[in-house]
Design a protein around this ligand. Sequence first.
Ligand code: NAG
Ligand code: NAG
Length: 288
Amino acid sequence: MWESSRVARLSLVASMCVGVCAEFNIELDIPPPLPAEHSIYVDKDQVVDLGNGKKLTVDDIVIGMEYLFERRVLYDKQRWRGMIMEQNPLDAFAIQHFLYKAKPDVLIEFGTNTGGAAVFYAEMMTAYNPASHVITIDPFDRVSRSHTGYVPEVLASSSPLWGTAVRPIVGDPTWRNVSALVRKLLRDFNASSVFIIEDGRHRRHSVLSNLLMYHDLVKPCGWILVQDTRLDRTLHRAGEGPYAAVKEFLTLAPYYRIRRDFEYYLFTNNPMGWLQKVPPNHDCSNER
Ligand SMILES: *[C@@H]1O[C@H](CO)[C@@H](O)[C@H](O)[C@H]1NC(C)=O
Ligand SMILES: *[C@@H]1O[C@H](CO)[C@@H](O)[C@H](O)[C@H]1NC(C)=O
């Protein structure tokens, strides 16, 4: 992911502690999230009796964890085989679950950052289909330094899959030449089922532009995952985040529906972010 306001917030921190940041317990001073009426979590109103006189809703618990996740910069701590991944591990596991169920042969990722997530996806996908590919696109080459300033111990480009199963493209997804290159790669790969992960700038306009430009590549019953829809309640607010883009996309692109099958952990960075293309006369209920 790339994220300009986080870059601003973290640039000082990053310049103080290149290479050893993960050792420090940074806490960002961030405002509290928008209240529960903005909640889009699954089962948000369910009450959990903690047995100590306290009763919390699912929303209280999940948004509380979300607040800690942002405040403690937990997205920057996780590693996959030493690579920076920037993926909530519960979401990473849910995505892995989805990949094995749906078995897409190409994943298009907007937002490479250091590339660890692209390698993770490609390792999962080549395990069920050695001919599968991840096309990952980012306006900047951040493989050796993340958008928040971290230097990975293990570079994604050192993976044997980098450049083979993983095809990085440096450029804006909405550039014509980038779109043309993606479409050429899909022909070269003889792609039959494309899954899209939008994890780029996380701004309404950018997310919507990418979705509108590439959603035609998704086949009936295929899927798009828009990441970090949580940000509309925390960082971006006022309809300027990925969830606002999802709502607008659903009014503009025919046949897409939100499906919540992969939100079963409740704590997710992507509530209402899983979209399936269900054209008329298609029963996609079992395709997951
Ligand atoms: C696309 O075009 C731009 C502008 O001409 C160029 O800078 C960039 O390298 C091109 N990218 C790709 C992937 O072809
Ligand atoms: C492309 O894939 C289809 C099935 O998805 C297969 O029938 C066809 O033979 C493949 N073509 C090539 C050139 O691999």
